[in-house]
Ligand binder design. Structure first.
Ligand SMILES: Cc1cc2nc3c(=O)[nH]c(=O)nc-3n(C[C@H](O)[C@H](O)[C@H](O)COP(=O)(O)OP(=O)(O)OC[C@H]3O[C@@H](n4cnc5c(N)ncnc54)[C@H](O)[C@@H]3O)c2cc1C
Length: 384
């Protein structure tokens, strides 16, 4: 085992860190307050390769390995979890899924324009009545006069109101359960496709979350991603990539809590001493540091396995489950350490707490990941 980052990984970390410190951190609070979608930041990310970091250069990406990509996301998550969420949906859920399942024509049509930032991607499984139980998707797609006609509603879709292409999952053969699911590349402007912004979120306020509505939406046959009936497999590979991304972003968010707390512990004076000299304050810090480092190693191990081409679904589940819970605990500890000041948005801690909560809900809730890990250990499937 090698715990050192190589030259490329160190370079990537430094490049992203410099970018987010200069461009993202200074505006993150205001963007959160005003729910501003950061188009200007996204425009600046494209020439740096950050809108297609793991996508091969022939499609305009940087061709980074999984570990280098996780490091990029860790640094983005350290400055803004909203931006992490935008990038993750675009890259891990949309681009990487097109790369894995698309035919050459689909890859050529979508990937170069997406890596250049001409439009964003989004991914839609969740519906008003369907969340964790993806196999029960109610949106339907019916083949009519040579085109697929989609009807249904998707809920909570990140980038849903701003994306140029949506990976939409629908039932093409209801009687077949999860074997009846298919994935469609639905492009903005296709008749019968509309979106409605969702406001009032607890966190991720500068990311865009929307409802997608399909009313007799006609999608050409060439926009089926993967084979008809393979949608469940398409979704699972997308989750595998996106969970890694959530986990890496959570490590970054937890690290941001440590950075802020270490600084505050050294400078805040009570009882004539820096509060960092009190052992109960050191305990808060120690818990954050140990748990964050453990989460980081889980993420890096999963990325390392994926780099080697080994199956890493359960290792990714462990990383996502643990890192998201750690980020939430770290944000809570960081507020505790900052006392009343941590409760104000003059400091970023209350945003970190609100933003970290969602990581325990999306890309599989913590409960779902425990079931996946338990199933791998026992061979007993709780989902049937
Ligand atoms: C800000 C935000 C962004 C999102 N972005 C996207 C996106 O881009 N694309 C997308 O498709 N979705 C997205 N989602 C949806 C997200 O993936 C779902 O919220 C999540 O999958 C959980 O589904 P649900 O909310 O319907 O909860 P449910 O599945 O209804 O679960 C409710 C509760 O029951 C528990 N539960 C469910 N089944 C079991 C079980 N078998 N055993 C034990 N406990 C169980 C859950 O853990 C949870 O605690 C987003 C959500 C949010 C909040």
């Amino acid at each position: 085992m090698d715990f050192e980052l190589n030259e490329e990984q160190t370079m990537v970390r430094n490049m992203v860190k410099e970018f987010v410190e200069k461009e993202v951190r200074p505006i993150a609070r205001e963007d959160d307050r005003t729910e501003r979608f950061p188009w200007d930041i996204i425009e600046k990310m494209a020439p740096l390769g950050l809108l297609g970091a793991p996508i091969p250069p022939e499609y305009g990406g940087m061709g980074l390995d999984y570990l280098s990509y996780a490091i990029c996301i860790e640094e983005i998550g350290r400055a803004s979890f909203s931006l992490r969420s935008i990038v993750s949906s675009h890259t891990s859920l949309a681009e990487q899924t097109i790369l894995k399942w698309g035919n050459e024509a689909q890859k050529q049509k979508f990937l170069p324009r997406m890596t250049r930032g001409e439009f964003l991607g989004c991914f839609a499984t969740t519906e008003p009545n369907v969340g964790s139980d993806v196999a029960s998707i109610e949106t339907t797609a019916t083949l009519t006069r040579g085109e697929w006609v989609l009807n249904g509603t998707k809920m909570f879709i990140t980038n849903g109101g701003v994306a140029g292409v949506a990976l939409v999952f629908a039932q093409t053969d209801k009687g077949k359960g999860y074997r009846g699911l298919s994935c469609f590349l639905v492009e903005r402007g296709m008749p019968g496709f509309s979106s409605k912004a969702i406001h009032g979120k607890m966190g991720l306020r500068s990311s865009n979350t929307a409802e997608l509505i399909f009313e007799d939406c006609c999608v050409p046959r060439e926009n089926v991603l993967g084979e008809v009936g393979r949608g469940f497999n398409v979704a699972m590979t997308a989750f595998d990539n996106a969970r890694m991304c959530v986990a890496a972003g959570c490590v970054g968010l937890a690290q941001a809590c440590i950075d802020a707390s270490t600084n505050y512990a050294k400078t805040r004076i009570q009882f004539g001493k820096p509060i960092g000299s009190f052992q109960l304050v050191q305990e808060l810090l120690a818990d954050m540091i140990v748990e964050t480092e453990a989460a980081r190693f889980l993420v890096y191990r999963a990325a390392h396995l994926k780099n080697k081409g080994n199956p890493a679904t359960i290792e990714t589940s462990m990383a996502k489950y643990y890192a998201s819970e750690v980020a939430f605990r770290a944000a809570n500890n960081a507020i505790q350490l900052h006392g009343g000041w941590g409760y104000l948005d003059d400091y970023p801690l209350e945003r970190y707490l609100r933003d970290s909560k969602v990581a325990t809900l999306l890309e599989g809730t913590s409960q779902i990941h425990k079931l996946l890990i338990g199933r791998a250990a026992t061979g007993i499937n709780a989902f049937v």
